[in-house]
Design a protein around this ligand. Sequence first.
Ligand code: MN
Length: 246
Amino acid sequence: MSVPDALRSLRRDIAIANRILAQEGLLDTFGHVSARHPHDASRYLLSRSRAPELVEADDVIEFTLDSEPVAATDARLYAERVIHGCIYRLRPDVQAVCHHHAPAIMPYTISGTPLVPVFLLGAAIGREAPFWDSRDDFGDTNLLVAKPEEGLSLARALGQQAIVLMRRHGATVVGTSLAELVFRSVYSARNAEFQTQAQAHGIVSPLSPGEIERAAAAHAKMLPRAWEYWVTRLQKRGELPPECAP
Ligand code: MN
């Protein structure tokens, strides 16, 4: 695929990923999904400031890892885009990032109860979901992650993990592809629902480290089926983003 074709296709996939995560209840007015530029690791692609369910391929803008737009633009931009730039800088393996405030996750960001993988698909969380408390580095703030130093602090807290919880705010998830990112985002939120329900029944223990590793490896084979399912659901509802002009 030529560079312009690959970029066009990725822009539309970013719009689709935004819409899937809105459809699955993780994104509403807020939250965003980005992908690293396929041919320039020092850039990433993210929509202009718009509710995720409305994002189209043409909304997607190219940014440097300082989260500045590559081309001058009058468009309104997401205040929290530094989350994406800082993670791409610290994690060369990461190709896609989602920041969200999913209702299922929020209680864990408020109580500080550790989110742990409790079922097969929940292994998408990985061994650990670190908890980032903005007060540790910055004291009282407006809780947004809008300054480069805040993005960097969050990216450091994420470390080598797949998801980081953000105190009284939300979560940020990473993947090595958009499909893996969406899978991890959906099933870490589903895990949070199940964990919350199971905790009402009694003490809940996580999967063992060996189970987490083996189950997460099995997820790779499930990605095409999951992506096809989510895209078809969008299509049936007439919610697929428009095809891009060639
Ligand atoms: Mn946020």
